[in-house]
Design a binder for this molecule. Structure first.
Ligand code: 6MZ
Length: 337
């Protein structure tokens, strides 16, 4: 089977997707996003990677936030994003989003609209929700958000599975006590870690031992980290959510060939391939897998194994994991690769 076809048809696992960054231009159009904003969005997607910076990428989220600002649009946005992943043969999706209040919508309304769209999802795809704590918020606001997240998790324990720590890595700081509360209340934790150089914070995050980390760009000494934090990371066995295109487009990785994932591959460390913000970065999971074959010399067998192993890193139940493993095994048998 040729690579494009293989990557498209493989039943895939997506563990790092931000809801509002995952909206395609077509979905934004359906959500009545202003035409001038859509043009800007598409132009940004088409710029050469080096022309963009992390800050420019972050300005893109405002467009989606302006269009997704009431219960109905949050519901629809979630549905569109799930449909896109389903159409790309993603069988298990962890969607993450930052609870947001707007003029006619409380944070509870926001979360409930996302949950409802997940519950109403008819396609054969399993979707779980992770709620994000934004780095921009101060400790008091983050504590209030964490309290809300814990309350909502208690209401929807089969859907809300975890907490994420995200937002511009250029602001804010990590607070371990805050996330300890999440763990104490039965939530799993994934933390954006080392998207930019910040040895001290990376050390704090690794010592906290989250269930997964996102990006991990600047941990290895050759990529702006240090021997100490790399060695620490290697002892933890924490799976990395790797977002190739996001890192290249944001300029935090120079290119695909020299991407820091090479260190994970070389040292047989656990990782999963993800899209991050497929709308903003004009990608999808099939494409991310293809890029790993093209630029990082992974084989089809490697992709199958990475996907299969990713099942163990999900926040799904053991029963759900068993079903997903069966899907992958059956697919391998029927496709003889
Ligand atoms: C860190 C990111 C991100 O939450 O409104 N977000 N945080 N690093 C990244 N790498 C590029 N990409 C997205 O989705 C958009 C929000 O996700 C976070 C940012 O806080 C952004 O505002 P939601 O659904």
């Amino acid at each position: 089977m040729e690579t494009e076809n293989f990557c498209k048809r493989l039943p895939k696992i997506e563990l790092h997707a931000h809801l509002n960054g995952s909206l395609s231009a077509a979905s934004l159009q359906k959500l009545n996003c202003l035409p001038k904003d859509i043009v800007k969005y598409q132009k940004l997607i088409n710029l050469l990677p080096t022309e963009k910076s992390l800050e420019e990428c972050f300005s893109m989220f405002k467009m989606a936030h302006d269009a997704v600002n009431n219960k109905q649009s949050v519901y629809l946005a979630t549905k569109y994003v799930i449909e896109d992943f389903y159409n790309d043969n993603v069988v298990y999706l962890e969607l993450r989003t930052t609870p947001r209040s707007e003029e006619n919508m409380t944070k509870v309304d926001y979360i409930e609209s996302v949950v409802k769209a997940i519950q109403d999802c008819k396609e054969s795809i399993t979707v779980k929700l992770l709620l994000s704590i934004d780095r921009r918020h101060d400790l008091k606001a983050s504590e209030q958000n964490m309290e809300l997240i814990i309350n909502m998790k208690n209401q929807y324990p089969h859907i809300i599975k975890g907490v994420d720590f995200s937002g511009s890595p250029l602001v804010g700081s990590f607070n371990s006590n805050l996330f300890k509360q999440a763990i104490d209340n039965g939530l799993l934790v994934t933390l954006h870690c080392g998207e930019v150089k910040n040895v001290e914070e990376i050390k704090q995050i690794l010592q906290f031992r989250p269930n997964r980390i996102g990006h991990g760009t600047c941990i290895h000494p050759n990529y702006g980290g240090s021997e100490e934090i790399w060695e620490l990371y290697c002892t933890t066995n924490i799976p990395l959510e790797c977002c190739l295109t996001s890192n290249v487009v944001c300029g935090t990785a120079k290119n695909y060939e020299t991407h820091h994932l090479q260190e994970w591959i070389k040292n047989a460390l656990p990782f999963t391939l993800s899209t991050d913000d497929k709308g903003v970065f004009g990608t999808n999971l099939s494409k991310e897998l293809r890029l790993a074959v093209q630029h990082l010399n992974l084989t089809h067998e490697d992709l199958w194994k990475i996907t299969f192993d990713s099942i163990n890193y999900t926040f799904a139940t053991e029963e759900e994991k068993t079903i997903l493993k069966r899907i992958l095994q059956e697919w391998k048998l029927t496709n003889h690769f």
